[in-house]
Design a binder for this molecule. Structure first.
Ligand code: ARG
Length: 462
């Protein structure tokens, strides 16, 4: 805007205008900016800094601008540095000189901090809703396949049999912690910075508590220099988003593996699978692959802002303008990934027989055999050694455990008796009857708990 260049002898070079402008991306903050300005105008009138009449004029003008932007009628002039300037300039056209009063007791530095906080508060609330939807999808898939057995893996080797529901609820827990992390981020974002001015606070008798109340903040900032120059709440959203995407990438990887011909544990719904342009037989898990891939981009955005902020002296520096594109991209990417995953998970078809078949091979009951010997008085370490030798013997003979005769068993330990044949996949799973274990009784409990948690959402939504 021309007035802020009064002390300069010539206009900005074209290339500088382009280089320094944030309007091409920060236009997205227009709603928050206008909401903040309306509250500010009201406050100025309440404090007799401007008249009530003036405040109403400003508010009307700002409402008009909001409508113009929403209807695509607003002209974004590239020579204006950012959304704050663009709105102020239009306000001047609409309501005349009184527009100049809006910026009393305010700086773009506290204004942009406010806009960002409002933006992230909304983003968090949307993120929480999407997380709950994904948790609901996991619960409904688990619930619909309560008795499906599968191999549990470690090192991606079949390790011990588990219920599929148990495996799915592991993700429920991860996303639950993400939910808590975002809720916690909200507390530190929910701080109203207006009144900080450029950096030192403002020299007017403004009412910050009133502003906080008008704008729905539960706290006000306590240090003006901090308030205009920190972006830790942005970093926190991005780091929480990174953790959440990391979780999503793990689920994505399992969807990719499980839908491969080698595993064939699940089938993707046609609405969530893509074809190959060359190989007609293929049904590809592109959604999961993209989520896995986009995780890198979310981490990148986090590292970028951490690096931008590193060693930045107090207080506001223009470097901070670099906070927005990464944040917007993080929010967009995370929300769309969560949304598409909920739908994909909900519609997954489970190949029960294949999962069970996979659980039935590869000496997956070896731990149970060792536990059996422990129950008969052996120490676990010795039992482990006996079982290991027994398994390598069986493998050499090409026999499964149930195909070994009792005398073969007894060659390895006299403690083996007829009851060794009672060890089955079902008995193995049922024996892990401990809080957090995979026994059906425990998984049923975990499902109840999970439903109580996601149930919260429906209560709140009504
Ligand atoms: N476009 C700036 C940003 O996004 C707004 C604040 C500008 N303040 C300033 N003193 N130039 O950070």
């Amino acid at each position: 805007m021309s007035h802020i260049r009064n002390r300069f002898s010539k206009p900005l070079d074209e290339s500088v205008v382009k280089y320094t402008s944030s309007l091409p991306f920060d236009w997205r903050l227009y709603r928050q900016d206008i909401t903040g300005s309306i509250a500010h105008a009201k406050m100025l009138a309440k404090q007799d800094i401007i008249s009530g009449e003036e405040a109403r004029t400003l508010e009307k003008g700002l409402d008009t601008i909001a409508r113009e932007i929403e209807q695509g009628k607003f002209q974004f002039k590239p020579e204006l540095e950012d959304i704050h300037m663009a709105i102020e300039a239009r306000l001047l056209e609409l309501v005349g000189e009184v527009a100049g009063k809006l910026h009393t007791a305010r700086s773009r530095n506290d204004q942009v901090a406010l806009d960002l906080r409002l933006f992230i508060k909304e983003a968090i609330s949307e993120t929480l809703t999407r997380l709950r939807e994904l948790q609901q999808a996991l619960v409904s898939l688990a619930e619909g396949n309560k008795d499906v057995v599968m191999p549990g893996y470690s090192h991606l080797q079949p390790a011990q049999p588990v219920l599929l529901a148990h495996h799915l609820l592991a993700y429920f827990e991860m996303f639950h912690r993400d939910f808590e992390r975002f809720s916690d981020t909200l507390k530190r974002t929910d701080v109203m910075p207006l009144g900080s001015g450029a950096l030192a606070g403002v020299a007017y008798n403004i009412d910050r508590e009133f502003l906080a109340h008008e704008l729905g903040f539960s706290q006000i900032s306590h240090n003006s220099m901090d308030a205009v120059s920190d972006r830790d709440f942005v970093i926190e959203y991005q780091s929480t988003a990174s953790i959440c995407m990391m979780h999503l990438s793990r689920l994505a990887e399992e969807v990719i593996l499980w839908s491969s011909a080698e595993f064939d544990f699940i089938e993707l719904d046609d609405a969530y699978a893509t074809g190959s342009s060359l190989m007609p037989q293929k049904k590809n898990p592109d959604v999961a692959e993209l989520a896995r891939g986009k995780t890198g981009r979310i981490y990148g955005r986090l590292i970028a802002l951490l690096t931008t902020m590193k060693a930045l002296p107090l207080s506001y520096n223009r470097d901070l303008q670099e906070d927005k594109e990464g944040l917007f991209d993080t929010v967009d990417t995370l929300l769309s990934s969560l949304e598409v995953f909920s739908g994909m998970v909900k519609s997954l078809k489970i190949n029960k027989a294949n999962m069970e078949r996979a659980a039935n091979r590869d000496y997956i009951l070896a731990t149970d055999l060792a536990d059996y010997l422990v129950a008969k008085g052996e120490t676990f370490r010795v039992a482990h050694g006996i079982t290991a030798r027994l398994i390598s013997y069986a493998a050499e003979k090409g026999k499964s455990l149930s195909q070994l005769s009792l005398s073969e068993y007894q060659r390895f330990s006299p403690l083996f008796g007829d009851d060794v044949y009672r060890i089955t996949i079902a008995s193995s799973i049922a024996s892990r009857n401990i809080i957090g274990g995979t026994a059906p009784e425990q998984v049923a409990r975990a499902l109840i708990r999970a439903k109580e948690i996601v149930g919260d959402l429906e209560v709140k939504k009504q």
